[in-house]
Design a protein around this ligand. Structure first.
Ligand code: AMP
Length: 312
């Protein structure tokens, strides 16, 4: 598969790289890390990245303007995105060929080539593996982006998806001279407004006897704290620090009254719950959408059931 991907890359003069909406460090690290990797190894090619520039992560990566004409005869690569509905910038199918590179469960196969490795901690780990296996040149910029993606998706090596291979790859990335301490500090820092919201989350966390937890963030609360929906990424791991909590949902009200539900679990899969409620994701980190308060209750009950089963 790696050879097939590299051959496809060799065949095209223009390559456009996409990733999922609401990008996180792994989405951006894999997307822009791959761009820089290909640009370094194939300087004669035109390689672009597209999608929304997430303000919270503009320090990590910024997007470019890609014209409709650029897609003519181009190769499009989509990183870190399980299903086509979540691809940012809908022009991804306007190219001549399409490659999917992802580490989420392969619920929707798409593209002319599809490389999916659910054992990888992150899509950035896959890109680093691709570079190392194929003997491509890396530099400190590329290593920085891929390292940021791996740290993001492993919760700084906290989640079970962190493997010996992850550490092996990280060790090789760390050999490059990037600002490791600065990046680590950046990824560990939050604005003071977020720090206050973390206080709110601990204060208002509801935890049942089996360790199923939830917190609800209404639109009025988000306004009061001066934070956006995207900012809630900074607090989604917070309930997991409580030792009695086994799984949890952060219910974030949207301007239209629906809820984006960020689901997390320490051990038992919760992605089937996400799939039943207009979402999906990894076994231990998924996202759902809820369209009523009843559905919010239903989702919490399903989380409680998983926690109860784990307590048996
Ligand atoms: P988040 O809570 O947004 O950080 O999402 C956690 C994981 O679930 C990520 O891997 C997402 O790709 C995935 N995910 C979130 N929302 C959805 C959705 N609506 N459909 C499919 N996957 C999702």
């Amino acid at each position: 598969m790696l050879d097939m991907i590299l051959n496809k890359i060799r065949d095209y003069q223009t390559i456009i790289i996409h990733r999922h909406m609401r990008p996180d460090p792994d989405a951006l690290g894999s997307q822009v890390g791959l761009q820089r990797l290909l640009q370094k190894n194939f300087p004669e090619k035109t390689i672009k990245v597209t999608g929304y520039t997430e303000p919270n992560l503009a320090w990590l990566a910024q997007m470019e303007t890609v014209a409709d004409e650029d897609y003519q005869g181009a190769l499009v690569i989509v990183t870190d995105t399980a299903n086509q509905a979540r691809i940012d910038d809908k022009r991804y199918n306007q190219g001549e060929a399409l490659i999917k590179i992802d580490h989420h469960p392969n619920d929707e196969v798409y593209g002319d080539l599809s490389w999916v490795d659910t054992s990888a901690s992150s899509c950035s780990e896959m890109i680093a593996h691709f570079a190392l296996e194929m003997g491509l040149d890396l530099d400190s910029d590329i290593a920085y982006l891929l390292y940021a993606g791996i740290v993001g998706d492993t919760g700084r090596f906290l989640y079970p998806a962190t493997t010996a291979k992850t550490f092996d790859i990280v060790a090789k990335l760390r050999q490059h001279d990037f600002d490791f301490a600065g990046l680590s500090r950046q990824m560990d820092s939050v604005d003071y407004t977020i720090a206050k919201l973390i206080g709110y989350v601990y204060d208002h966390l509801e935890v049942d006897g089996n360790g199923a937890a939830r917190v609800i963030l209404s639109q009025s609360l988000l306004k009061e704290y001066g934070i956006t929906d995207a900012d809630t990424a900074f607090i989604v791991g917070v309930p997991g620090r409580v030792n009695t909590v086994k799984n949890w949902g952060v219910f974030v009200e949207q301007p239209d009254g629906s809820y984006r539900v960020r689901l997390r679990s320490k051990f038992l899969p919760i992605n089937e719950i996400a799939k039943r409620h207009h979402g999906g994701g990894h076994p231990l980190a998924s996202g759902a959408n809820s369209y009523s308060l009843e559905e919010n209750e239903q989702i919490y009950q399903e989380l409680q059931q998983v926690a109860a089963d784990a307590s048996k």
